[in-house]
Design a binder for this molecule. Structure first.
Ligand SMILES: [Zn+2]
Length: 196
């Protein structure tokens, strides 16, 4: 495997959107073993941007030596071949592949089910509305503003620990990516607050 510093020096890395870099940096730094890039979402914004990012991501991945699958431009990338195999065989869930806390995986599944049954607002809205309330009172754990996943609650110790590890790993060498991640989350929080 290449040295992490080399992987950050490539043209392709520098060309990737900061939010994509935030996800990838966690596996480069080894704070988790799996990352997911939902590249197909970019296509909805702009086809040319999607194609440019796909080109950079594909080249960077080849260079990186990471294992990956990219079904319908939904990339699952790992530093661990066995982990990717377990995912492809359905032995582990995507959330487990990404190292998410079990309590949050369960909460997300149950929350989505309730939402689809017309009972409740859905786990993402619930979390960010709760986070906004606490942020306004100055009570929100600041690290959760960098969440990569949907924490089961603003008090979830496992989420604080998991997110803390990821942020610590990317903050030093990928300041721009960390900043973009926080801004993305805070925008989501404001949008949810307006809509719900
Ligand atoms: Zn949790």
């Amino acid at each position: 495997m290449e040295l992490a510093s080399d992987l950050y020096e490539t043209f392709e890395w520098k060309n990737l959107h900061p939010l994509i870099r935030a996800d990838l940096a966690t596996i480069v730094e080894g704070s988790r073993r799996g990352a997911n890039i939902e590249l197909f979402k970019l296509e909805k914004q702009s086809v040319s941007f999607f194609l440019e990012q796909k080109n950079s991501l594909d080249k960077w991945l080849k260079y990186s030596g990471f294992e990956y699958t990219n079904r319908r431009d939904d990339y699952y990338i790992s530093s661990d071949k066995d982990l990717l195999y377990e995912l492809s065989k359905g032995e582990i869930k995507p959330g487990e592949f990404l190292g998410y806390p079990k309590c949050c995986i369960k909460n997300f599944e149950e929350g989505c089910k309730k939402y689809l049954e017309g009972k409740g607002k859905g786990p993402a809205v619930n979390f960010w509305l709760q986070a906004k309330k606490e942020k306004e009172k100055g009570e929100l754990e600041p690290v959760l503003e960098y969440a990569f996943h949907m924490p089961c609650s603003t008090k979830c110790i496992n989420s604080i620990e998991y997110t803390g590890l990821q942020v610590e790993a990317i903050k030093e060498k990928n300041k721009e990516a960390a900043k973009a991640l926080r801004e993305y989350n805070l925008r989501l929080m404001e949008n949810f607050a307006k809509r719900f």
